[in-house]
Ligand binder design. Structure first.
Ligand SMILES: [Zn+2]
Length: 415
């Protein structure tokens, strides 16, 4: 797909706001230095963000005899963003201010067999209503709602094309939600939500190339390439969980055998435990969360079975992550989502050792492997970021309509 001058302008607007959120208050000169954009471009973009009331002027800093530099900061109360994390067993919704601080949370449990689209939509609508009421924000201040749903999604049409765990096919999710929710809606999946959360607020910030490995019930890799989210031609890049790790290995729900996910997703880790010690008290057959928690406690207490299961899981992960490192040569690999959060440092240590045995020396030397530093639900945060990006993008569309010269007739890119 061709990158238009409007795309570049939108990417620059993201970059400037990202930097302001990271380092408020800041001056236009600091923003130019941090982003590599010209001072004139930064001044224009800062002007747009001020017009939108997303940022605000907060005085001046002394600059050793020169003209005092104006400072800008995020206008946290300038709007609200909502992030929706629809997972296999729950719907989690958070409402954020523009500094991306959580102002309200709501969670709805979904019992097995409660996953028909209209049931899920009902849970989302209830939780969104709840966070808006709790935070006491005016409806007009809500800039948008980002919705993350597992599986393949078409973000342009708002259709959940395929959610394997629920057997959803071509569900018009955003149309269904728009019957209950009046705010602008943005759909994507948890892989991309976690990647965008790391890019804006976490370990991928400031890195051109990063891989965000999502370890949950499902597994995948969110890809940040050239400082932007890599989506692929049909928004399905990053399905690393369904690449083959073991020929003729475990059956995967995607229909293939030996997928990465079947060894390192939560159900795969449970199977690693069951194969090692079928009657282990660590095993909670119907409860992934309880089993992963028991393993984490077991490792902390030096339980040999728990230690072995985490090591075995890390061996599979290490082989898979080495593929990503050899293929993409990223600066950072971030381990994200709830399984990585709960198994934490012991898993990270084992993964680093395993990767060192498989990856090529040169790309390995350039890569850091870290745990996600985001302390809250990264999927909610990333989903809310989609709403933020969406509102920044629609600014560009509105401005393009008002321009007398159509952007595409220009020869020089409007950087
Ligand atoms: Zn698979």
């Amino acid at each position: 797909m061709k990158r238009t001058s409007r795309d570049i302008r939108t990417a620059n607007r993201y970059e400037v706001l990202r930097q302001i959120i990271a380092a408020s208050p800041t001056s236009r000169q600091e923003l130019a230095a941090a982003t590599g954009l010209s001072l004139a471009t930064v001044a224009t973009l800062v002007g747009e963000l001020l017009d939108l009331r997303m940022i605000t002027e907060v005085g001046f800093e002394d600059s050793a005899g020169g003209r005092p530099r104006g400072l800008v900061a995020v206008n946290a109360s300038g709007g609200a963003l909502i992030g929706v994390d629809i997972a296999e067993t729950y719907v989690h919704v958070e409402l954020f201010d523009l500094g991306l601080n959580v102002l309200a949370r709501a969670e709805e449990d979904m019992r097995p067999g409660e996953s028909r689209p209209e049931q899920v939509v009902g849970h989302v609508a209830a939780a969104v209503g709840s966070v808006v009421a709790q935070a006491g924000v005016e409806a007009a201040r809500v800039l948008g709602v980002g919705v993350s749903v597992p599986g393949q999604v078409d973000r342009t049409t708002g259709i959940a094309e395929y959610a394997p765990n629920w057997d959803w096919h071509d569900v018009p999710l955003l149309d269904l939600l728009s019957e209950y929710i009046a705010y602008p809606l943005y759909l994507d999946n948890p892989l991309r939500a976690c990647a965008v959360a790391e890019l804006w607020f976490g370990a991928a910030r400031g890195h051109g190339d990063a891989v965000v490995v999502n370890l949950g019930t499902g597994v995948g890799a969110g890809l940040v390439l050239g400082s932007g989210l890599h989506r692929g031609v049909s928004n399905s890049a990053g399905e690393w969980g369904h690449t083959t790790l073991v020929l003729d290995g475990r059956l995967c729900h995607c229909g293939n055998h030996g997928c990465v996910e079947t060894y390192v997703g939560a159900p795969g880790i449970m199977l690693n435990l069951r194969e090692l010690s079928p009657r282990s008290p660590l095993l909670h057959p119907e409860d992934q969360t309880a089993t992963i928690d028991a393993l984490a406690r077991g490792v902390a207490a030096h339980d040999p079975v728990a230690v072995k299961v985490v090591r075995d899981t890390a061996r599979y992960l290490g082989a898979g992550i080495s593929d990503l490192i050899n293929l993409l040569n990223p600066e950072v690999v971030v381990l994200s989502s709830w399984v990585a959060g709960r198994l934490g440092e012991p898993l990270l240590t084992e993964v680093r050792e395993a990767v060192a045995r498989h990856a090529l020396r040169r790309p390995l030397a350039a890569t850091e492997i870290v745990l996600s530093p985001i302390p809250t639900d990264p999927v909610c945060l990333g989903a809310a970021t989609f709403a933020l990006e969406g509102s920044l993008q629609s600014v560009g569309q509105r401005q393009a309509k008002h321009r007398t010269t159509p952007a595409r007739s220009r020869t020089a890119p409007a950087s």
